[in-house]
Design a protein around this ligand. Structure first.
Ligand SMILES: [Zn+2]
Length: 227
């Protein structure tokens, strides 16, 4: 899952509007940020596979230090600890946002989410592998539904996330089966292509997190000014 992580973050923010946006939105993408770093460092292993639709076009052979269940728990605790000065509730919501990343990946990933590093027990219901393009459509609908729920929740508070929703749907259409840049990356020589793909995961997590956090905070500030 890619764009859906941001939609989940928007929902968590709408449910806990007083919790700092950074802890929620960056929390939801934190695991992919680490994945990009470990990929660039050569710790993770991927194999190009043009059949691996809808948009990754790689088999995720090894990413146990960021995407295994144990690693996600570990990184979620670290993420939560970064907000220790904000109090227990922020720590809890930050950790929850990070754990939600793994839960959202689980239905889509093709049995590549290990229980712990190097474990042969692997999770992932494999909607990507089983459904291909349809899995992308499911993610798109999921994002749309969450945006509608968030919009309803925010209406009661007098906040409009209009620009965040537009950006959210732009993310959905940024990584499609037809436009995924990863398809072209692996026409380049390896291991350069692998590192470039990891750099794209890193940038693809960091830049949208910066923009989404800004859009949400601007919307919240507008509401505060009105009151
Ligand atoms: Zn992920």
């Amino acid at each position: 899952m890619f764009s859906g992580h941001f939609a989940i973050a928007l929902l968590i923010k709408a449910l806990y509007p007083k919790i700092p946006t950074t802890s929620i939105i960056w929390g939801a993408e934190w695991i992919d940020v680490i994945n990009g770093i470990f990929g660039m460092a050569g710790i993770n292993r991927i194999t190009p596979n043009p059949q691996a639709t809808p948009y990754m076009f790689v088999d995720l052979d090894f990413m146990d230090y960021d995407h295994s269940l144990a690693a996600t728990v570990f990184w979620s605790i670290i993420w939560s600890l970064l907000f220790i000065s904000h109090g227990r509730k922020t720590m809890l919501v930050a950790g929850l946002s990070s754990m939600a990343h793994w839960l959202a990946d689980w239905p889509f990933h093709n049995s590549d989410l290990a229980l712990y590093p190097h474990s042969s027990i692997r999770f992932g219901m494999g909607l990507w592998g089983k459904l291909g393009t349809t899995a992308w459509i499911i993610e798109a609908v999921f994002c749309l539904v969450l945006c509608i729920i968030v919009w309803r929740l925010n209406e009661k508070r007098g906040v409009s996330y209009r620009w965040a929703f537009i950006f959210q749907m732009a993310l959905v259409f940024q990584l499609t089966p037809w436009t995924s840049p990863l398809h072209y990356v692996f026409q380049l020589p390896r291991p350069f292509a692998d590192r470039l793909a990891a750099a794209m995961v890193f940038v693809g997590s960091v830049i949208p997190s910066i923009i989404m956090t800004r859009l949400v905070d601007t919307a919240e500030e507008k509401k505060d000014k009105k009151n």
